[in-house]
Write a protein that binds this ligand. Structure first.
Ligand SMILES: C=C(O[C@H]1C=CC=C(C(=O)O)[C@@H]1O)C(=O)O
Ligand SMILES: [Mg+2]
Length: 464
């Protein structure tokens, strides 16, 4: 693997030190390297003892592995506009050496936020900030089969070049080196605890009553399942299983100390490449069939089911309305199609548009979150219901997670089909859209199939 040569680093850092007017100069250096496996990189960097973040796009064209926190953007209020502002300010402070105009290379901020900062945080999510975008120390980008390594540094007038160079060399040696794989006993789930299942069904009934009264039109209610394992979960193995078993889904893993929030979500919130904007309406659910014929029948019924079409339509209407001031050339097809996943299928309507000048992905995330696929309709009334009646801390579940780069490219997904892993335990989350004619037992079953993608990867140990 070719990393940065000593000469190159020395020239860049010397220039940076000379250019620096400040005490803290941020420097970013990107180099194309021979392809390496992102998962290998993720596993190798564990011994650095720094938090790691993993992101793979649903088509797997882009994979990011971010290691360490050079700077964290963690506003405690007005999180979307403050993140946007701080990100722009930080970019101005960087000396960037990135000769490649490739998405996801160079200075990238990656992270996410909690679903609802107005709901009190519980100890479950104590290590996760309400909003947290990381500019890492090391970033491996795999884009369309090409690999790039970015090193981000903070240098001061007192920084010793030799020490920095030695550190980069040390990273290089560590990454080139391949440690023998640890042999672990197979992972088994020793206990599954469904939290508040009966109460949850009652809250679905309560939601339908409120909807009949006219308080809201749709309310998404989620529940939690706690798992206990025989040993600590090896995060790299779970990512590997998710990549193998969940095509058409984004795979993510965000470590914070000993905790890791991870999953495989099918739901794009927004993708921006310069002025091209893509979003997704995903709501309405059915299981997969055991045979092709059964599968086709289920899909046909889903496409014609009033209740699911209604659930879906609230999302389409809201997204159309939310982006209208920020975009032109909005294109949304008339009706949904099927989005098949391994364990379930959804109603899906893609959205394309052109972003007006002066707006960024953060403006769109602010307008869209939460869509009625995770909150409800109207936004405020459904959020108020969730705040009052949902007996769980969603934390980062159901919220935007993603990345942005210095070329005005970025993508956010909605963190569903996910779990918060805490060494020998994990919390799984699943929710569903409650509308006027929702039946509590059927919604309960729907959340059961939404737990399956995560349950399977924990049950399978390694692969299928
Ligand atoms: C809230 C979840 O799914 C949403 C996304 C797709 C379909 C949904 C549904 O049919 O209810 C939900 O709105 C979840 O998986 O936890
Ligand atoms: Mg549903």
């Amino acid at each position: 693997m070719v990393l940065i040569t000593e000469e190159q680093v020395e020239t860049i850092l010397t220039n940076a030190l000379q250019q620096s007017q400040r005490n803290n100069q941020l420097v970013s250096y990107t180099k194309k390297i021979d392809p390496i496996s992102p998962l290998h990189f993720f596993n190798q960097t564990k011994k650095l003892g720094k938090s790691r973040l993993f992101w793979a796009s649903s088509d797997r064209e882009l994979v990011l592995v971010a290691v360490g926190n050079l700077v964290n953007i963690t506003p405690t209020e007005s999180r979307f506009s403050k993140t946007k502002k701080q990100w722009e300010q930080l970019l101005n402070q960087f000396i960037i050496h990135n000769p490649y105009s490739v998405s996801g290379t160079g200075v990238v901020a990656i992270g996410g936020m909690c679903f609802d900062p107005k709901k009190p945080k519980t100890p479950l999510w104590q290590h996760y900030n309400d909003s947290d975008m990381t500019i890492p120390e090391l970033l491996l980008t795999t884009n369309s089969g090409q690999c790039y390594l970015t090193v981000n540094l903070k240098i001061t007038k007192d920084t010793l070049l030799e020490e920095l160079i030695a550190q980069i060399k040390q990273w290089e040696e560590m990454l080139v080196h391949s440690d023998p794989e640890e042999t672990l006993e197979p992972l088994t789930i020793e206990k599954k605890i469904e939290k508040e299942a009966d109460y949850w069904k009652k809250s679905v009934v309560k939601a339908t009553e409120e909807i009949r009264k006219g308080t809201a039109e749709k309310i998404v209610l989620a529940r939690e399942m706690r798992l206990q394992f025989n040993r600590n979960v090896a995060i790299g193995n779970i990512i590997e299983n998710l990549l193998e078993t969940q095509p058409n889904s984004y795979v993510f893993a965000f470590e914070k100390g000993q905790d890791c929030f991870l999953g495989a979500t099918p739901e794009r919130l927004v993708k921006v490449e310069k002025d091209l904007l893509l979003s997704t309406c995903l709501a309405g659910t059915a299981p997969r069939g055991k045979t092709e014929e059964e599968d086709r029948n289920i899909a046909y019924h889903l496409l014609h089911d009033e209740k699911n079409l209604q659930e879906h339509d609230f999302v389409v209407q809201m997204i159309r309305e939310a982006i209208s001031d920020y975009c032109f050339d909005v294109d949304i097809p008339e009706g949904p199609v099927i989005y098949p996943l391994k364990n379930l299928q959804h109603l899906y309507t893609p959205v394309t548009a052109k972003l007006k000048r002066g707006y960024s992905i953060f403006d769109i995330v602010r307008e869209l979150h939460p869509t009625p696929a995770l909150g409800g309709s109207p936004k405020e009334a459904s959020m108020a219901f969730i705040r009052e009646y949902e007996r769980m801390d969603r934390g980062w579940y159901g919220a935007p997670i993603g990345w942005v780069d210095s070329n005005e490219h970025g993508e956010f997904a909605v963190a569903i089909r996910s779990a918060l892993v805490q060494q020998k335990e994990a919390s799984l989350f699943a929710g569903c859209g409650v509308v006027e004619h929702s039946n509590p037992d059927m919604e309960y079953e729907e959340t059961n199939i939404k737990f399956m993608p995560m349950l399977h990867v924990f049950e399978q140990g390694k692969g299928e």
